[in-house]
Design a protein around this ligand. Structure first.
Ligand code: SAM
Ligand code: SF4
Length: 433
């Protein structure tokens, strides 16, 4: 009987997509997916180290698995992702019941590790990883992530990503094109291009191509109806990209543009490479082209040195820009990053109060913005039955808003037109027209 694997994924889309690659390799090696982690012969924890909380979730799951392994000594435990990369052999020393570990650039080494052929670690950064073609197991057949670049060169002072995922490397455009072409042939309808800083796509490639050129190239592929991308770095966000979005109907009207903070002195010590005015000018440029473009952002509160006055500037930015949604985080100390040695670390209670304040403010903004949409008819790509009420369907608007509606199960995977009848804080309710 085939051996069975289970993957537990922590963290961002990048990790979810890496897990699709890990699953692809297992499938090729002859393993089958376990229906439940309890049936697995091997469990892979694909880890995230972006904030301390993500690490805590991993260690608590590892503690649980230790007990499972005591009862079933044949169970193998593998650790992948950013914590494997960052902690390496120290992790094996601290948790000797881990069988092996591999970093984000070493997913291709999984078969060798399974054979016991490569010792217990594969964590060397691989400068050629962007040219590797790795099998992938994508679920659902509707929406697919496609990596266009790996790593990051920005070294924002708070961020661990450049250390765990290595230097920025763009994938050759022809590899990206071929991958999307085959996804189109398989019937995928929505493609999300992934990179830590998609706006600097093309750096280091022999061909002369930038991100707007890449968008134009893949837009020609027949089949997918929607193209999305994350994440845009505000510094590299260009007028050329705004024109490409305007010209390319499949590119959805949603932009995730992380601001991080509203104060110029905080932005400077974060090493973000723009001021608030630079950022706001780019938002104005987007909205001049399309006033209905949804814009979302990431915010960090309590970065070292952030005063009450600095924080008020973030509050002011949220009020002024009126985002469609935000992801807000308390600053979390990350080993090896520059921010650790900055003066003025902010108390945990102050961070919590600041976080609560902006989340509260954003809720009212989201509700107000959604309320304006009542009565409008929008195109929705239906995902399937809603998780909270299986008698209703759920999907996303082109602007990436969640919408629940009365529809048929057959609508799943289709584009349907929905009239928005009720605005909620974080979703919309609609009916089919
Ligand atoms: N590359 C993307 C960018 O620059 O916008 C973001 C990648 S990161 C996975 C997602 C978000 O996590 C960041 O935008 C930032 O807001 C947040 N983040 C990263 N490091 C953090 C830290 N040490 N503490 C709190 N939030 C952090
Ligand atoms: Fe981290 Fe900054 Fe790179 Fe984003 S751009 S991954 S926040 S270093």
């Amino acid at each position: 009987m085939n051996k069975k694997y289970h993957i537990h994924t922590f963290g961002c889309q990048m990790n979810v997509h890496d897990s699709e690659k890990i699953a692809g390799i297992f499938d090729e090696t002859g393993y089958g997916a376990a229906a439940d982690s309890g049936d697995a012969d091997i469990i892979v924890l694909n880890t995230c180290s972006i904030r301390e909380k993500a690490e805590q979730k991993f260690t608590s799951e590892l503690g649980r698995l230790k007990k499972v392994k005591q009862k079933n000594p044949n169970l193998k435990i593998a650790v992948a992702g950013c914590i494997a990369q960052q902690s390496g052999k120290k992790l094996l020393k601290r948790f000797p019941y881990i069988d092996f570990l591999f970093g984000p650039d070493n997913i291709g080494s999984l078969n060798t590790l399974l054979d016991g052929g490569n010792g217990r670690t594969a964590i060397e950064h691989n400068p050629d990883y962007h040219t590797s073609i790795i099998p992938m197991k994508r679920e659902g057949g509707l929406k697919a992530w496609v990596s266009i670049m790996y790593g990051c060169d920005n070294y924002c002072a708070y961020c661990i990503v450049p250390y765990t995922r290595g230097r920025e490397r763009s994938r050759p455009a022809s590899d990206i094109y071929d991958e999307i072409k085959s996804l189109a042939d398989e019937g995928f309808k929505e493609i999300t291009l992934l990179g830590q800083n998609v706006n600097s796509y093309g750096k280091g490639l022999t061909e002369s191509i930038d991100f707007p050129d890449l968008l134009r190239k893949i837009h020609e592929i027949e089949g997918p109806q929607r193209i999305r991308f994350v994440t845009s770095h505000p510094r590299d966000f260009s007028a050329k990209l705004v024109s490409a979005i305007r010209d390319l109907p499949k590119v959805c009207e949603h932009m995730h543009l992380p601001l991080q903070a509203g104060s110029d002195s905080v932005l400077k010590s974060m090493n973000r490479g723009y001021t608030y005015d630079d950022y706001k000018a780019k938002i104005d440029m987007i909205r001049a082209e399309d006033p209905f473009m949804a814009v979302t952002t990431d915010i960090i509160v309590g970065f070292p040195g952030e005063t009450d006055d600095d924080f008020e500037k973030t509050v002011r930015a949220l009020t002024e820009i009126e985002y469609d949604g935000i992801y807000a985080f308390k600053y979390s100390k990350r080993p090896g990053t520059d921010a650790l040695s900055l003066p003025g670390h902010v108390d945990e209670e102050v961070k919590s109060a600041r976080l609560a304040r902006i989340l509260d403010l954003q809720e009212s903004i989201c509700y107000r913005k959604n309320k304006i949409l009542e009565g409008k008819i929008v195109e929705v790509l239906a995902d399937g039955p809603s998780e909270t009420d299986s008698s209703r369907m759920t999907g996303r608007t082109r602007s990436n808003k969640i919408i629940n509606f009365d529809g048929d199960k057959d609508d799943a995977g289709k584009s349907v037109f929905i009239k928005i009848v009720e605005a909620r804080m974080h979703s919309l309710n609609g009916e089919k027209v």
